[in-house]
Structures are given as structure tokens and as C-alpha cells.
Write a protein that binds this ligand. Structure first.
Ligand SMILES: *[C@@H]1O[C@H](CO)[C@@H](O)[C@H](O)[C@H]1NC(C)=O
Ligand SMILES: *[C@@H]1O[C@H](CO)[C@@H](O)[C@H](O)[C@H]1NC(C)=O
Ligand SMILES: *[C@@H]1O[C@H](CO)[C@@H](O)[C@H](O)[C@H]1NC(C)=O
Length: 279
């Protein structure tokens, strides 16, 4: 980078930091208080008389942008675990210990929190052939999407899929279920009674719709009793992408622009994914 460009860039960044720190009361939103931690300013930085509280939002852009990814916190649930994620993030280099900056490190299973499954997750030959999360099509992960409510008294069967009457041509669907009402993603202990796809529902979707992105509100698209068969039905064709553990609380059902970006983890069959819905 040319040095005058660099100094003007540094000046710009400095001005930006100054502008941000001169704003003493960064607004927190009380719009979605049902999500734990929203607007509570958990991470406040004491600075003399002024307390600067970083905004922690579920909804951005005047109610237009919904963050549908879960926060990574130690008490979040992990598949088949009683104890949840636990200690996963630590400050490897800290200013208090004389480092010039704070640098954290983390360790998490790739299927933790809001995440995506690649075909290699349940097909060993796809894994060996390299169908990892880096091979997923960003065109499928980004575009118009429908958020639908599934009847609350059932898992997702072929009958349920038929009853939802999702028109042909719809390529991305987020299924909100009883899991959201039960707030399962906010409970540390894994619960096998979550709602998901039964194998006939997964097959029906693959064979009778144009849906290529399936999003659900707990850790697996498949109901626990059909864990592997439903995953196989979805991933066999390598066209359908599964996004799991979405945070669909307090978002009105309807059509949105969905934006989901996995990490480019070469060799991994799963990845944390940041997803947002834009109205
Ligand atoms: C740096 O880490 C220390 C802990 O060593 C923490 O108290 C401090 O707030 C951190 N500073 C920043 C700028 O994040
Ligand atoms: C600072 O270093 C000490 C000694 O290595 C260690 O015990 C402590 O946990 C460190 N603190 C932080 C905040 O990194
Ligand atoms: C969904 O299936 C699971 C088993 O996979 C079961 O425990 C649960 O009760 C079912 N939920 C509903 C609403 O039928």
C-alpha cells in the first residue's frame, strides 16, 4: 500500500474510532427482549463517569434486518450433550499480561450453534471425495426465502409437507416449529424430543418441491428417531443444503432475502454459519 494512502486510511480509521467513542450512549434495542442478553449490555466497559455499552442487537436497520444466528455462549446446547458447549473461548494473549493486544482463541465442534451440513456429514464417499462446506453453493445460501410455521403438534412428515402447500419455484424455506416455542436452543441440556423431519417428509421435500435450502430451529433437520435416514434423504443428491439451529424467535412469517455465509473450512463437513433475513 502506498504510504500516503496508508496514512489517510489510518486517519480515517482514527476518526471513525473517535466518532464512535464520542457517542456516549450507543442505543441498545428493547424491541426483542425475549432473547436472553438482547440489549442488556452484558459486556460493558467502564470509562470514568461514562459507561460505554456496546450494542447487542437481534434486529438491525430499523426492524428490517433480523439476525437469525445464535450467539456462541458456554451454556448453549450441543448435540447429545447434557452439559452444553462449556468453556470454548480464552484470551491467549492479554493486555493485562503485557501483550500489545488482546487475542483470543477458541475450540468448538463444527456443528455447534447455527451451522450448515455438507454432504460429507453422512456420506463417507462424499467426505472422501471432498464435498466439504467450502464446496457449498453461495447462490443457494443467498436469495429469496420463505419462513413458514409448521403445525405445532407434529414432526415434519410427508403429510405435513403437503399441507404447507409450498409453491413450486420456492427454493429456500426456513421451518419454524414447536422447538422455537419450547426455546430449546436456549436450554443447555440436549433434548431428544425436538421436532424435525421424519424420513417420509424429507423424501417428499426432495422429490416434490424445488427447495434447495432447508432451515430448521434446532440442532438437526432430522427428528431424533430418524436421525440418519432423514439426513441421507436430504443430502444424497448433493443439491440440498441444510442449515440448522436457526434463531427464528420473534420474526414474522413471510418472504425475506436470506443471506447465509459459512466459513471456508476445507475438509470440514460442517461449519458455523452467520445467517440474516432482510425484509
Ligand atoms: C484486554 O484484555 C483484558 C484482560 O486481560 C480485558 O480486561 C480488557 O478489557 C481487554 N481490552 C480490550 C480493549 O478489549
Ligand atoms: C496471565 O498470565 C498468567 C501467568 O501465565 C496466567 O495464569 C493468567 O491466566 C494470565 N491472564 C490472562 C488474563 O491471560
Ligand atoms: C417428534 O419426534 C420425536 C422423536 O424423534 C418425539 O420425541 C417427539 O415427541 C415428536 N414431536 C411431536 C410434536 O410429535
Amino acid at each position: 500500500m502506498d504510504s500516503s494512502l496508508r496514512s489517510s486510511l489510518l486517519f480515517f480509521i482514527g476518526a471513525l474510532i473517535l466518532a464512535i467513542s464520542l457517542h456516549p450512549a450507543v442505543a441498545t434495542t428493547a424491541a426483542y427482549p425475549t432473547t436472553p442478553g438482547a440489549g442488556s449490555g452484558e459486556c460493558s466497559l467502564a470509562g470514568g463517569d461514562d459507561v460505554i455499552i456496546p450494542p447487542r442487537r437481534e434486529v438491525h436497520g430499523n426492524g428490517r434486518i433480523f439476525d437469525i444466528s445464535h450467539k456462541y455462549v458456554p451454556d448453549m446446547p450441543v448435540f447429545e450433550s447434557k452439559d452444553g458447549l462449556g468453556y470454548f473461548l480464552w484470551l491467549q494473549h492479554s493486555m493485562k499480561n503485557g501483550s500489545i493486544a488482546n487475542n483470543s482463541e477458541m475450540k468448538i465442534p463444527t456443528h455447534t450453534g447455527t451451522h450448515v451440513d455438507a454432504p460429507g456429514h453422512v456420506f463417507d464417499h462424499y467426505f472422501d471425495a471432498g464435498f466439504d462446506v467450502d464446496t457449498l453453493d453461495l447462490e443457494v445460501l443467498n436469495g429469496p426465502a420463505l419462513l413458514v410455521d409448521v403445525p405445532r403438534d407434529t414432526n415434519i412428515t410427508a403429510e405435513v409437507m403437503k399441507s404447507l402447500n409450498i409453491p413450486r419455484g420456492v427454493r429456500r424455506v426456513l421451518f419454524r416449529t414447536l422447538n422455537t416455542n419450547r426455546r430449546l436452543m436456549f436450554q443447555t441440556e440436549f433434548d431428544t424430543s425436538y421436532v424435525g423431519f421424519m424420513v417420509d417428509g424429507a423424501k417428499w421435500l426432495a422429490e416434490n418441491t424445488d427447495i434447495k435450502l432447508v432451515g430448521v430451529d434446532y440442532m438437526s433437520v432430522a427428528a431424533y428417531d430418524h436421525l440418519i435416514p432423514s439426513h441421507l434423504a436430504f443430502l444424497e443428491g448433493r443439491e440440498i443444503i441444510l442449515v440448522e439451529s436457526l434463531k427464528l424467535d420473534d420474526v414474522p412469517a413471510g418472504v425475506y432475502s436470506l443471506h447465509c455465509l459459512p466459513l471456508r473450512l476445507v475438509g470440514a463437513e460442517g461449519s458455523p454459519i452467520r445467517c440474516i433475513l432482510i425484509k
